[in-house]
Design a protein around this ligand. Structure first.
Ligand code: HEM
Length: 412
């Protein structure tokens, strides 16, 4: 039972295990909640949309925002992981945000994504077959991460002789160790030191890649970014590396958990699994439902750029607002039977990909990866077995998923 004095805490173990009763409580009793941690928390669909799309909210003063979780004299930009985060375009307001986003958005246009579909399908099938032949049953590391990472490598133009599977796993781990800087809390000292080390590793890796493309250009996104860096509105080397790490990481960290969460949900909802097995054309709607029901990115945040009001509650300038899209996605004011996982097409779109000027630039790609994965899975391995009792959850609030999920693609 959640008491009336409930105070939102993203570290609470019960919340990490199952956040939805907390979201439901907040939506109903305290929709514009002021956490003792010093930020506001919004959970209703309409309020989330308002904060994400209204120009009165933006990213604001990065250093001040991070210091909220640490002491006032904490040297934010001396930490390479936070210094990186401060430069990533998702953390910036226009005009800087617009400049880099436009470049990235052109590489991820609907047309480009559609053209990539056959290759994405080939990768999904090949990786499923490899997984089925391997001895490691952890579906998260051995498929859910690898598949979207290979798609990102393809998109960036990384050739197979430029990476080994071991390097990919290292890059996956580096992103997983660095992305806690997005969380709305102070990181423990060792956690921050690890994030900094891993950020240095990612920076070196992508600096070298840009250097290679500068010397020998290819027909790929990496070369396009380098060449955009040579025009009038030049991107600096630092901007290039920052953006590509952001894109690379965003391109698999959330998608990996969409796939892992999807596998778990199908394993735990036999009726929905049977529905999809009987009609593969539901794969697109099923992906959307996985994203709604168990969003792999639970929340994002904004800063009030001037005094604002949300549903009549005054928000002073500079205050931070956590927009919990995963709570919005179960708002009964918008969704029928919001607490039910049901892959039949729904009318309303979830807020999983955010809204406004920062709306996920990779949404079409993520949706396509989800759909293709499900189609290939049900076509080639319809008897897959998910060991839901063996699942291990990640201990993270923002990026929700599993660290381990044993799966066998063959029955018996
Ligand atoms: C299931 C998968 C995904 C989810 C749930 C997701 C979610 C989101 C959300 C909620 C935002 C908005 C953040 C904000 O407003 O503060 C966002 C932004 C972004 N996403 Fe995704 N994303 C996914 C996949 C991807 C993929 C595959 C890519 C790249 C290929 C990508 C690249 C980005 C980038 C670069 C931004 C920043 C956009 C901007 O600031 O203008 N995402 N994503």
């Amino acid at each position: 039972m959640i008491g009336t004095e409930y105070n939102f805490d993203p570290m609470c173990p019960d919340l990490l295990r199952d956040p939805y009763p907390y979201f439901s409580h907040l939506r109903e009793h305290d929709p514009i909640h002021r956490s003792d941690l010093g930020f506001w928390v919004v959970t209703r669909y309409a309020d989330n949309r308002h904060v994400l799309t209204d120009k009165g909210f933006g990213q604001g003063d990065f250093v001040r925002n991070i210091r909220l979780f640490y002491d006032d004299d904490f040297d934010v930009l001396a930490q390479s992981s936070y210094a990186w985060l401060s430069r990533v375009f998702v953390m910036q307001d226009p005009p800087q945000h617009t400049r880099v986003r436009n470049l990235v958005a052109s590489a991820l246009s609907l047309k480009r994504i559609r053209e990539m579909e056959p290759r994405i399908r080939e990768l999904a099938k090949a990786q499923l077959i490899r997984f089925s032949e391997g001895s490691d049953s952890n579906f998260i590391t051995r498929f859910a991460y690898l598949f979207p990472t290979l798609v990102m490598c393809d998109m960036l133009g990384l050739e197979e002789d430029e990476f080994s599977e071991e390097l990919l796993l290292q890059l996956n781990q580096a992103v997983a160790d660095t992305f806690p800087v997005f969380e709305t809390r102070a990181l423990a000292q060792e956690e921050l030191a690890l994030a900094n080390r891993q950020m240095d590793f990612l920076t070196d890796f992508f600096d070298e890649l840009f250097e290679r493309r500068r010397k020998s250009p290819k027909d790929d996104l990496t070369t396009a970014m380098v060449q955009a860096g040579e025009g009038e509105d030049a991107l600096t080397q630092e901007e290039l590396t920052t953006s590509v790490i952001g894109l690379f990481g965003a391109g698999f960290e959330t998608t990996a958990h969409m796939i892992g969460n999807g596998m778990y949900l199908l394993g735990s909802h036999e009726d929905q699994r049977n529905k999809l097995a009987a009609d593969h054309s539901l794969a697109e709607a099923a992906t959307e439902e996985i994203l709604r029901y168990e969003s792999s990115l639970q929340a994002t945040y904004r800063t009030a750029l001037s005094p604002q009001a949300i549903a009549g509650v005054e928000i002073p300038e500079g205050d931070r607002v956590l927009t919990i899209v995963a709570a919005a996605n179960r708002d009964a004011a918008v969704f029928d039977r919001p607490e039910m996982f049901d892959i039949s097409p729904r009318e309303q779109k979830p807020l999983t990909f955010g809204g406004g000027i920062h709306y996920c630039v990779g949404a079409a790609l993520a949706r396509l990866e989800g759909k293709v994965f499900l189609e290939e899975l049900f076509t080639h391995f319809p008897d897959f077995v998910v060991d839901i009792n063996g699942a291990e959850q990640r201990q993270a609030f923002l990026f929700r998923g599993f660290s381990s999920l044993p799966v066998s693609l063959h029955s018996g």
